[in-house]
Design a protein around this ligand. Structure first.
Ligand SMILES: NC(=O)c1ccc[n+]([C@@H]2O[C@H](COP(=O)([O-])OP(=O)(O)OC[C@H]3O[C@@H](n4cnc5c(N)ncnc54)[C@H](OP(=O)(O)O)[C@@H]3O)[C@@H](O)[C@H]2O)c1
Length: 376
């Protein structure tokens, strides 16, 4: 295995770093130019909650054929990272699994057969590493970064080159990381399913990562936004970000009536259903004829009584289950974000060494938008 590595790189945290391939003698290069480098990463280590996450030092390796080696600079958390850490997200994962589905960084080395990418390139990747374009297929779950394969909570990340997306020049590592799962999912609901256009009304629930991203992408498209929250302070922030209709769902449990009334009785055109089946009936009741509803969340749990779907008929409402999106959607989103200077709202940034605090911050649910982890 050989690597086209040419850079000497010191990793954060005062870790031991080997000379890179260009400086290595021929014999060492044949062995593995990165084998003497160590780096830090977090591992699930048992999935018994945030406290069981372990920061371990591991030995690096050269990128294999078709792979790139990336120095992580920014990573983002999503709700599912809490579920995974607690052992509540699908099958148990190996103790060594590196979590986090979103990140961005710079290429350190490329493996054999990689073209179009070089050390120094600034990159990210969609978490479904094998969903490059086209329709969803269940096969994509086999290679889901941060879940079924190693993710971004690591100083070094190895990725298939085919999955990697180069960052538009104007996008920072932090912006790119924030535009991962939450961005792709919101984009898919609004753009691919919703066919959003100026003047549409979009309803999104809560003020977490997906919802705030939906708000910002909807505003970028000239749409009007209705949003719900448990907190008036969070709703005030949502108004600052451009939301026009804001409803506190604690104070108004029948919030769908307030949303409908605020649209003059017509209802909304697109729903980003982050809470899930628990609020689906209410979301449908807030819909205008021909609305599009992207069902994607589980925040409200699974209710015992299934929602009444009869209004779907009379209003010709299009309901679709959503599992994030493809590399092509991700690349389109990054381009749109660059052109429109979209800055995803970031609640707080934590240092790599403080990753467990980042998880705890997300779990406390006092945040608005995204929670990030950076590594210098
Ligand atoms: N299917 C997919 O591809 C996909 C992709 C991404 C995310 N998701 C899902 O989408 C959901 C949101 O993810 P996220 O990463 O944006 O989460 P997040 O950032 O952790 O958002 C949590 C926020 O949602 C709101 N919330 C929580 N429980 C609620 C409830 N019962 N009713 C209304 N709002 C509630 C709260 O905001 P307020 O305090 O403002 O109410 C809370 O702060 C999760 O279920 C996640 O698993 C699915």
């Amino acid at each position: 295995m050989s690597s086209k590595t040419t850079r000497r790189k010191a990793l954060a945290g005062g870790l031991a770093v080997a000379a890179a391939a260009a400086a290595a003698p021929q014999a060492a290069r044949a062995r593995d130019a990165w084998a003497d480098t160590t780096y830090q990463r977090y591992e699930l280590a048992g999935q018994r909650g945030i406290a069981s996450l372990q920061r371990n030092r591991r030995q690096a390796r050269s990128p294999g054929t078709g792979e790139v080696l990336v120095r992580m600079r920014a990573a983002a958390l999503n709700y599912r990272d809490l579920l995974l850490a607690a052992g509540q997200y699908g099958e148990p994962q190996p103790a060594e699994r590196v979590p986090l589905s979103d990140g961005a960084g710079e290429v350190l080395a490329v493996g054999d057969g990689v073209t179009g990418l070089a050390p120094g390139d600034r990159v990210t990747a969609p978490h479904f590493l094998d969903w490059l374009a086209g329709d969803f297929s269940p096969a994509i779950f086999a290679n889901d970064a941060g879940i079924t394969t190693d993710g971004w909570l690591s100083e070094l990340v190895w990725l298939p080159a085919r999955s990697v997306v180069r960052l538009p020049e104007r996008l920072s590592f932090e912006t790119a990381a924030a535009l991962g799962v939450a961005g792709i999912t919101a984009w898919r609901v609004l753009q691919t399913l919703g066919q959003i256009k100026a003047g549409d009304t979009v309803l999104t629930l809560g003020t977490g990562g997906v919802s705030i991203m939906a708000l910002q992408i909807a505003r970028m498209n000239g749409a009007r936004v209705a949003i719900t929250s448990s907190s008036d302070d969070k709703l005030a922030l949502a108004r600052d970000l451009g939301a026009e209709i804001t409803v506190n769902y604690r104070q108004e449990p029948e919030w769908q009536n307030a949303v409908r009334a605020a649209t003059g009785g017509r209802g909304v055109d697109i729903v980003v259903e982050t809470v899930g089946v628990a609020t689906l009936e209410q979301s449908i009741a807030a819909c205008a004829p021909n609305a599009r509803v992207g069902l994607l969340g589980v925040l409200g749990g699974i209710p015992e009584q299934f929602p009444n779907l009869l209004p779907l008929y009379g209003n010709n409402i299009h309901l679709q289950g959503i599992t994030s999106g493809s590399r092509a959607m991700h690349a389109n989103l990054l381009e749109a974000a660059s052109v429109n200077q979209l800055e995803p709202y970031v609640d707080k940034v934590f240092d790599f060494a403080d990753a467990q605090s980042a998880y705890a911050h997300l779990k406390a649910a006092g945040h608005v938008g995204k929670v990030l982890i950076t590594s210098r």
